[in-house]
Write a protein that binds this ligand. Structure first.
Ligand SMILES: [Zn+2]
Length: 316
């Protein structure tokens, strides 16, 4: 009996619609991997040296700010509120690194909510944007504190790779290539550029890595920590149910358990089909802009905006 059943199942699968024709890309734009450049503690030379290098290449970074350390920290010059606001307005992410940069597991428990939430409030008052990511000072945390910090956020920075005086281009290039091969998200962490903790010997040690990333740019989604964290969580939490409406029309309904007030990015929806066919994709009554790469069509969908209609226009 088993010997007969197996080929029948294969045949049935070949004839029916495969839900695998419809999927959501791991990264926006169906790029192979993602990169975020993140910078800790708000050093002034991140503003003067790193930002122009990122912007020259069309990229935006993430800066973890300590709202009680502005203008300077001891003798080290830090960014001013004006500079922080300017970067925020230009699309860089200016986010929460704790109110006082405390070892958060070592302060009295009643101070922990202030360390986390008061920093949000102050940053939002200066930038006009409420932080939806977090980065623990010294990486110090425990499960209860992580739970508190994760509330109403798209992500917390873990798993970063140092990009600084102690770790420059050579080993990070290996990490970048591995991220591309494995479909992963590379998150770099830099402190001071030339003046402060883990500073580079010379700025070229930083730009050399940016130039390598630039070479692989067509494979990469390079964006802020917030955007890539947000997409990653949405992608994981969204499922698609597929219904065949007619020989050429399919209705794909996304469902997503996350809070749409926080998770606001669109997802890259993919349709795999014969290269000679063309495809029309609609959501919420609107025709979506489609892009074709080899046998795949893509469109940006909103996982909270109801069913997606895919109509094939078959070639003869
Ligand atoms: Zn720090």
């Amino acid at each position: 009996m088993k010997k007969i059943l197996f080929p029948i199942l294969i045949l049935a699968a070949a004839l029916s619609l495969s839900a695998q024709d419809f999927s959501i890309a791991r990264f926006k734009g169906d790029r192979k991997a993602a990169v975020s450049f993140t910078f800790d503690d708000g050093y002034l030379d991140q503003y003067t040296l790193a930002v122009p290098e990122l912007e020259r290449r069309g990229w935006r970074g993430t800066f973890w700010i300590v709202p009680t350390r502005i203008d300077h920290w001891g003798v080290k010059p830090l960014m001013s509120w004006e500079q922080i606001k300017e970067l925020s307005d230009k699309g860089h992410e200016m986010s929460n690194h704790g109110l006082t940069h405390a070892h958060i597991t070592q302060i009295p428990s009643e101070e922990v909510p202030h360390e986390i939430h008061d920093a949000d409030t102050i940053l939002a008052a200066h930038t006009g944007k409420f932080p939806i990511t977090y980065c623990f000072a010294y990486g110090d945390c425990n499960p209860d504190i992580i739970k508190m910090a994760a509330e109403n956020r798209v992500g917390i920075r873990f798993n970063q790779k140092t990009l600084g005086g102690s770790n420059t281009c050579t080993s990070l290039t290996g990490d970048l290539k591995k991220a591309i091969d494995d479909g992963e998200w590379l998150i770099t962490m830099t402190h001071a550029m030339l003046d402060g903790y883990d500073q580079f010997e010379k700025i070229e040690d930083f730009t050399e890595f940016l130039d390598i990333v630039k070479k692989y740019e067509t494979d990469l989604w390079i964006d802020t920590f917030e955007n890539i964290a947000s997409y990653t969580e949405l992608q994981k939490a969204t499922s698609l149910s597929v219904r065949k409406k007619s020989e050429t029309t399919f209705v794909i309904t996304p469902s997503c358990s996350l809070d749409q007030e926080i998770f606001k990015l669109t997802l890259t929806f993919r349709v795999d089909r014969k290269p000679s066919d063309s495809v029309k994709i609609k959501q919420g009554g609107k025709m979506l802009e489609t892009r074709k790469v080899k046998n795949r069509w893509m469109a940006e969908i909103n996982p909270f905006n109801g069913p997606i209609t895919v109509k094939y226009i078959q070639s003869l």
